[in-house]
Design a protein around this ligand. Structure first.
Ligand code: 8YV
Length: 312
């Protein structure tokens, strides 16, 4: 019997790329001179796809991989993978849930503190020598404020737990109330935004949440309100966000994700009440290693026992 063949869509760390290739027969799609031509000619040879939230796996790609039976992805979000196409063909899909909850929740709190207390902006103030000419303007208090969470999943709950340490009052919006949560539920997203000082997005990306945060929600959050996005750029209407920040109808924003990564609207570079991060929610040594281990464990479990460990 020939060894199962893995298609590795896009590079992760060199450590991961090498470990995967040491354990399995792997072809690196990104190393092919013409990926489309390669898939058209050789796609039928592959049994399993290894990808990530960034590189995904579209229905068109899956069509060129008629013998693939599993997609193992690095990352918790799977909006870049065509789950419907995969399920229709009986292809298993795994992601890397839970191991990144702490780091993404930590980063959400970091963005709350940074936008409200202007950490990055006041660091720039010191570095550029502006301090000698006068004091930095006042920021806004975090402790005791109202925190609205959009998407109370595993990461949202970890944000809520951390916020309790800052004596924050927390309410959330989901499509349906979560009976396991003691937190206050708000069925109306605009009402949550009106109530909240900080609105933190921890919902999945994809069609169901596309532009959920539109001009009306931003207006409801208001000129003192701060939007924090550690979810997906697609959840926010970025054009409306830029306009709200420019006209001052929104107080500030802490953003780890954008609609067209790695492109960030240059209008945001001009605004000091905005903190811009390059999608680093899970990007710590510890968490990325745990995510890598979980992808490898999913691949092994599928090849040895026929089922991935953490199916989406
Ligand atoms: C990673 C992420 O940056 O887990 C996710 O869904 O967005 C991040 O943890 C991403 O997986 C890298 O491709």
């Amino acid at each position: 019997m020939t060894a199962p063949k893995l298609l590795h869509v896009g590079p992760l760390t060199e450590r991961f790329n090498q470990r995967l290739a040491a354990e399995h027969e792997v072809v690196r799609l990104w190393a092919q001179p013409d990926a489309d031509a390669f898939l058209a000619e050789q796609g039928a040879a592959f049994d399993l796809v290894v990808t990530s939230a960034r590189f995904g796996c579209t229905a068109a790609m899956l069509e060129r991989l008629p013998n693939v039976r599993a997609i193992c992805s690095f990352g918790v979000g799977y909006d870049s993978i065509d789950i419907t196409a995969a399920k229709a063909r009986g292809v298993q899909v795994s992601n890397t849930p839970d191991v990144l909850n702490d780091c993404v929740a930590d980063l959400a709190l970091g963005l709350i503190l940074d936008t409200a207390r202007r950490l990055s902006a006041s660091d720039r103030f010191v570095r550029t020598g502006a301090w000698v000419a006068g004091n930095y303007p006042l920021g806004r208090k975090v402790s005791g404020k109202r925190l609205g969470i959009v998407g109370l999943g595993r990461i949202g709950k970890d944000v809520a737990r951390r916020a309790a340490g800052f004596d924050m009052e927390v309410r959330y919006h989901n499509r349906r109330p979560d009976p396991s949560s003691p937190l206050g539920y708000e069925a109306d997203l605009k009402a949550l935004a009106t109530w909240a000082d900080f609105l933190v997005l921890t919902c999945p990306g994809g069609a169901a949440t596309h532009h959920l945060i539109d001009a009306a929600v931003l207006r409801a959050l208001g000129p003192q309100g701060i939007l924090i996005n550690v979810a997906r750029g697609s959840v926010v209407d970025e054009t409306a966000l830029v306009a709200a920040l420019q006209e001052g109808s929104l107080g500030g924003a802490g953003l780890d994700v954008f609609e067209q990564e790695p492109r960030v609207p240059s209008a945001l570079f001009e605004l000091d009440n905005v903190v811009l991060l390059p999608h680093v929610g899970s990007a710590t040594e510890e968490t990325r290693l745990a995510m890598e281990e979980l992808v490898l464990a999913n691949v092994r479990a599928f090849l040895d026992k026929g089922d991935v460990l953490t199916a989406v």
